[in-house]
Design a binder for this molecule. Sequence first.
Ligand code: GDP
Ligand code: MG
Length: 153
Amino acid sequence: MANERSLILFKPDAVQRRLCGELLSRIEKRGLKIVGLKMLQVTKELSAQHYAEHVEKPFYPLLEEFITSGPVVALVVEGPEAISVMRTMMGSTNGRESALGTIRGDFGLSRQMNLIHGSDGPEAAAREIPIYFKAEELIEYETTLAGWVCADD
Ligand code: GDP
Ligand code: MG
């Protein structure tokens, strides 16, 4: 069981809709540890760096407009298999196709405005985390809950 870190964004729609607390609460209650947290405005340059794999796609101009339209909250979460745990909690890209109980399935109906970003694999996490956080902005600490919430079977 790999202890992983994942880069999470609460996208501009989550901030505008006052859903940051709800999303953070779900992540905390699941047992993942917050090791980095900040609010920032994504610039066009940052968008192109983050979404490098999508820059040439037809929908990129819309995605750029959306992700730069207002502040986002960026987090690094840590825990056992944190990357896939977060992807499962997020649901599928399109809110209309996302299962109930997932963040995108519970709060959205859009393929673009889908509230949350989460790294899609270890390589993506390793690339994305330093885009948003300096090493000294990520805090190493222990929680007494870890032994209860994250204990292996
Ligand atoms: P994710 O990994 O589930 O976030 O999805 P992708 O990596 O495929 O796409 C990145 C983000 O681009 C998504 O979360 C959406 O915000 C947006 N997006 C994806 N596909 C489309 C599309 O077909 N049209 C538009 N307008 N936005 C899209
Ligand atoms: Mg993706």
